[in-house]
Design a protein around this ligand. Structure first.
Ligand code: NAP
Ligand code: F7E
Length: 327
């Protein structure tokens, strides 16, 4: 019989790639979605008929318990969260409820329904924040720089604690930034590739950005969801850093994206001081040696391939948008 899985955050970037990956592995895939007056299922439209969606909310403990009891999954991937760093300064309490306490609600539900359910927690390189060393690995001290980062530190430690307290097979994946054509347009990579497409096609002239000096270790989301699954297939639960080991600045990102379509970014990019964060994570670069050694995980898409893939996808999307409005 096929294994059953529950993904929270299935409508998000990672949820959609993970659902595709697990379907290909033969899983019976269930997703948790929150109630909304309109359906935001764009990223999972192409697999909608092959998955089962259920309404529940990270803020509502009983809804999660009832859901786990009804589905009885073998594995749970907790990807749901308020994931945009700037919003975490505007809505710090809600961020704590979703991104921090939401993890405890998931773990409590497992504790109540079935201690045998395997659990993956979507932790983040934002926990390293003002980095204490480079590259960062599983033993690097955390110093989060936003309410989002602080909430993720809580989520990480409650996952470790429930593993140690109750023997739950719970893993915390400390994932560095990962992107794709399905990335939300407020994140810097997609904001840049969407703007490059619009500028190239004559629909826009300027792109306003914040800190061009920030450096990130950017990988491809499709590679990273494979690592999540690998963690839950091991004999013992553990925590892993997932990263490419390379870092690039926002300036390099912009240069790579504009030059790919034959344009000079200096003619189009302007700085908007409102986009500078109250406390910045200036640089991140991960060391995924443990994941390579234990899981056998390697990223397959390079930085340049990733940027080009996203620009190509946005050129196509914007062309479609233009054609649709012309009809
Ligand atoms: P994303 O695209 O923003 O997706 C977030 C998902 O969480 C969406 O499906 C959203 O549902 C859902 N959600 C939010 N609040 C919820 C609630 N109260 N109840 C139920 N569902 C809720 O994020 P992502 O990039 O896929 O990231 C997935 C996870 O990995 C997140 O936890 C993120 O913090 C973490 N992470 C991401 C990265 C990265 O670089 N992408 C790196 C490290 C860690 P709606 O569609 O209803 O909004
Ligand atoms: O910013 C700088 C910004 O918003 C990256 C989330 O998935 O990854 C993501 O968090 C950098 C920052 O991602 C703009 O200041 C400059 O230094 O794309 P981002 P993030 O904050 O790193 C981690 C791992 C997560 O866990 C999060 O959930 O780019 N930057 N100008 C800008 N950033 C944005 N968004 N917009 C700009 O205009």
């Amino acid at each position: 019989m096929s294994k059953r899985v529950l993904i929270t955050g299935i409508t998000g970037q990672d949820g959609s790639y993970l659902a595709e990956f697990l379907l290909a592995q033969g899983y019976d895939v269930h997703g948790m979605v929150r109630r909304s007056s309109t359906e935001g299922f764009d990223r999972i439209r192409h697999i909608r008929s092959r998955i089962t969606l259920h309404q529940a909310d990270l803020l509502d403990q009983l809804s999660i318990v009832r859901l786990l009891d009804a589905i009885r999954p073998d594995e749970v991937y907790n990807l749901a969260a308020m994931s945009f760093v700037p919003t975490s300064w505007e809505q710090p309490l809600l961020t704590g409820e979703f991104t921090a306490l939401g993890v405890t609600r998931m773990l409590e539900a497992i504790r109540q329904v079935d201690l045998g359910i395997r659990f993956y927690q979507a932790s983040s390189s934002e926990m390293f924040g003002a980095v204490r060393e480079e590259p960062q690995n599983e033993n690097t001290r955390f110093w989060p720089r936003s309410p989002y980062g602080v909430a993720k530190v809580y989520g990480h430690w409650i996952t470790v604690n429930y593993r140690e307290s109750f023997g739950i097979f719970a893993c915390s994946g400390i994932l560095f930034n990962h992107e794709s054509p399905r990335r939300g347009k407020e994140f810097v990579t997609r904001k840049v590739t969407d703007a490059v497409a619009r500028i190239k096609l004559g629909l826009q002239d300027k792109l306003y950005l914040g800190n061009l000096d920030a450096m990130r270790d950017w990988g491809f989301a499709g590679d990273y969801v494979r690592a999540m699954w690998m963690m839950l297939q091991q004999e013992k639960p553990d925590d892993y850093v997932i990263a490419t080991g390379e870092k690039h600045s926002v300036r390099e990102l912009v240069e790579t994206a504009f030059s790919y379509v034959g344009m000079d970014w200096r003619h189009h990019v302007e700085i908007d001081p409102k986009l500078i964060r109250p406390a910045e994570v200036c640089t991140l670069r991960g060391d995924a040696a443990k994941a390579r050694r234990v899981l056998g995980w390697h990223p397959q898409v390079s930085f340049t391939q990733l940027v080009q893939m996203m620009v190509d996808a946005d050129l196509e999307a914007v062309r479609r948008e233009v054609a649709d409005t012309a009809h």
